[in-house]
Design a protein around this ligand. Structure first.
Ligand code: SF4
Length: 354
């Protein structure tokens, strides 16, 4: 057994790894060692998630946002961005189309839109759940416990709320008027309400260190998240972080691999951000621990306006182009597309039928 294999086995075996062990792995840079790490993570993915690549169809229904996150093109200070809200009929049409393409999970995503009415979204959820046999994931940011409860009671199954970074000081430095503790509280409320909960981080944020990332991974494990999204930071020209250095792809892949080894059976996407760099690295993500793809079903012409970061992937493709692309990716890896709802793999968390 190589020294690295011993270290990876130790990280795999313990219930909570030491941050120093994770940091050592995050610092690897020799190609043979990276290959060993990625192959180890791929074996863990196969053992706990199988060979299916799970699909989550995303519809970005509003790009209004009241927040000022320094890394995000939707932040309210970006006056250059044309804002949109998709109306109910058009949103339901997009969901119908997604369901017709055999996608069994819709992710309804928006900025933190103060114009988002709790009952409007409740009615959308009720309509979706009574019309289609699909899971509903929400990703609309921090809201009150009452809003989360109303949507959950309407049938929403899952909620995504990325922590972005678990370093409280770093978090505060790039999220004006936001409270790190409030974000943690939201995650707890979502869990208590019985949502399958997703979180995640951004790799390469200015000021982030390997130590920060190792603590992020421990946070994912401690909270036993059902889904974990990890993507590289891509600077946007109309944000506070314009001109900053891009997140490192290799470090993003190492983080995905380690998160797989540590969390075992969380759903981990090969994120769109990974596909939006100098080339498409989603295949690489799928080879080192990821098991999810997130095709975009936001109708045109809105898709290009949901510009969290520039050069986002798949913004010009017509609706429906994704299935072919996903199938090709799966075939190329000797895997298959799993067209099921693919609920949480965590025991006792399958709650699609509330
Ligand atoms: S990251 Fe989310 S909350 Fe922050 S500005 Fe972008 S859309 Fe708004």
């Amino acid at each position: 057994m190589s020294k690295l294999n011993g270290l990876l086995n130790r990280i795999y075996d313990v219930s909570l790894p030491e941050p120093e062990d994770l940091e050592r792995v995050l610092a690897l840079d020799r190609q043979e060692e990276l290959n060993e790490l990625f192959s180890f993570a791929d074996t863990v993915r196969k053992k706990f998630c199988g060979n299916g690549i799970v699909l989550r169809g995303i519809i970005e229904f509003s790009n209004f946002c009241l927040r000022e996150c320094f890394y995000c093109g939707l932040n309210k200070n970006n006056r250059k961005l044309e804002r949109y809200r998709i109306d109910k009929d058009e949103l339901l049409k997009a969901v119908e189309y997604l369901a017709s393409r055999k996608i069994m999970t819709v992710v309804l995503q928006s900025g933190e839109d103060e114009g988002l009415d709790v009952l409007w979204l409740r009615d959308i959820i009720l309509k979706i759940k009574s019309s289609f046999d699909i899971a509903v994931t929400l990703s609309v940011g921090e809201r009150s416990g009452d809003d989360y409860r109303i949507w959950r009671e309407a049938g929403a199954d899952r909620y995504l709320l990325k922590i972005e970074t678990t370093d409280g000081a770093l978090y505060s430095s790039m999220h004006p008027q936001m409270d790190f503790k409030q974000r943690l509280d939201c995650l707890q409320v979502l869990r208590r309400l019985g949502y399958q909960v997703g979180s995640g981080n951004i790799i390469g944020l200015p000021g982030q260190t390997l130590k920060t990332i190792s603590h992020d991974i421990i946070f994912f494990k401690r909270n036993d998240f059902d889904m974990i999204g990890i993507g590289p930071f891509i600077p946007h020209q109309d944000t506070q972080f314009a001109g900053q250095q891009k997140g490192n792809v290799e470090l993003s892949l190492k983080t995905i691999a380690l998160t797989r080894i540590v969390t075992k059976n969380a759903h981990i996407p090969a994120t769109t951000a990974l596909g939006s760099l100098d080339r498409d690295y989603r295949m690489d993500g799928l080879k080192c621990g990821a098991n999810v793809l997130m095709p975009n079903f936001t109708p045109q012409p809105f898709r290009k306006l949901y510009e969290i970061y520039p050069q986002k992937r798949c913004i010009d493709e017509p609706q429906g182009a994704c299935n072919f692309c996903m199938d090709e990716m799966a075939k190329g890896l000797g895997r298959f597309i799993d067209y099921s709802k693919a609920d949480s793999l965590k025991q006792g968390r399958i709650n699609s039928n509330v």
